[in-house]
Structures are given as structure tokens and as C-alpha cells.
Design a protein around this ligand. Structure first.
Ligand SMILES: [Zn+2]
Length: 163
């Protein structure tokens, strides 16, 4: 496949599927995902609490779920033998995934934030590549249906549900 064979909507679907599959890999329950009027979304049980309300054990999960979108985009480009420029990530921008990640890392890890983000990125890379077939199936289902319930997401990820 060539990256130009994918529509913007399909690439968005890969991005969201990346978030969802990383959440699933950490046994975080997913309620729904879909295309909204402005942004696509994944709603999961971790939500996005204030930093002071966040349980420390959930911090790496939050970080990896945030990174899952960009890393799935990057993996798709690389599978198409295409250079992925992070500047084009849909996780960028004010209040985007990467800004949230930066704030999270600085809040919890201060001076070591850069090292910690690198570590989180490596972990997320492994999860996305190991579960690539699930990312693809979920992206196809999201593109096809527009919204998916938690049950539908579970069925697609398990490989037992309709696309
Ligand atoms: Zn995202």
C-alpha cells in the first residue's frame, strides 16, 4: 500500500485505533470511540483527571495511551515505506496528545521528563507493533461505522466481531 491510498479519515482511524489498542493492552476499559464534529475521540475508563488526582500507577498508562495515536500513524507511514514527519501528527496542537504528555511528564518527573518520555515511547512502540493486526482491524471498523461502542471495540480487538 501507498500512504496516498489512505484517506485523511482512514489515517485518523489508525490514530484513534492506536490510542484504543494501547488502552486495551493495559486492561483499561474503553467506552466508545468515533469521529466528532471537530476531533475524533476514544473514551476510556482512565479519563483525564487533574494531575493531583491521578494515581501514580496510572501515569505510565496515561502516557502510553496518549502516545498510541502518534505511534500508530508513524507505523502506518513506515509500513508504506514513507517517511513520517512528527510535525504532521494529528496529536500536535494546543491541548493535543503531545502537549498533554509533556505536561504530564513535567508534573511527575521534572528534570527527567525527556528520558521518561523516551522510555514511554519505546514501550508504546512495542505495544503497537505487537498488536498491529488489532490496530488495523479497529481502524477499518471505525472508518466503516463512524462510531463504535465499548462492546464492539472489544469484539474487533478479540478478532471475533464484525468490521
Ligand atoms: Zn490522539
Amino acid at each position: 500500500m501507498n500512504i496516498n491510498d489512505y484517506s485523511y479519515r482512514q489515517i485518523v482511524a489508525y490514530h484513534e485505533a492506536g490510542h484504543a489498542v494501547v488502552a486495551w493492552s493495559h486492561s483499561v476499559r474503553i467506552y466508545s470511540m468515533g469521529y466528532g464534529p471537530k476531533n475524533a475521540y476514544v473514551r476510556d475508563a482512565l479519563g483525564w483527571p487533574l494531575f493531583e488526582d491521578m494515581r501514580l500507577e496510572n501515569v505510565p498508562k496515561h502516557a502510553q495511551i496518549l502516545l498510541g495515536g502518534e505511534i500508530a500513524e508513524k507505523a502506518l507511514y513506515e509500513l508504506c515505506s514513507e517517511f513520517y514527519d512528527p510535525i504532521q501528527s494529528m496529536g500536535l496542537g494546543p491541548n493535543g496528545d503531545l502537549e498533554k504528555l509533556q505536561e504530564l511528564a513535567e508534573y511527575f518527573f521534572e528534570k527527567n521528563a525527556v528520558d521518561w518520555i523516551r522510555e514511554m515511547r519505546e514501550e508504546t512502540d512495542k505495544i503497537v507493533l505487537k498488536n498491529w493486526a488489532r490496530v488495523e482491524a479497529l481502524a477499518a471498523a471505525l472508518d466503516h461505522k463512524g462510531t463504535l461502542t465499548g462492546i464492539e471495540i472489544g469484539l474487533v480487538i478479540d478478532g471475533t466481531g464484525p468490521i
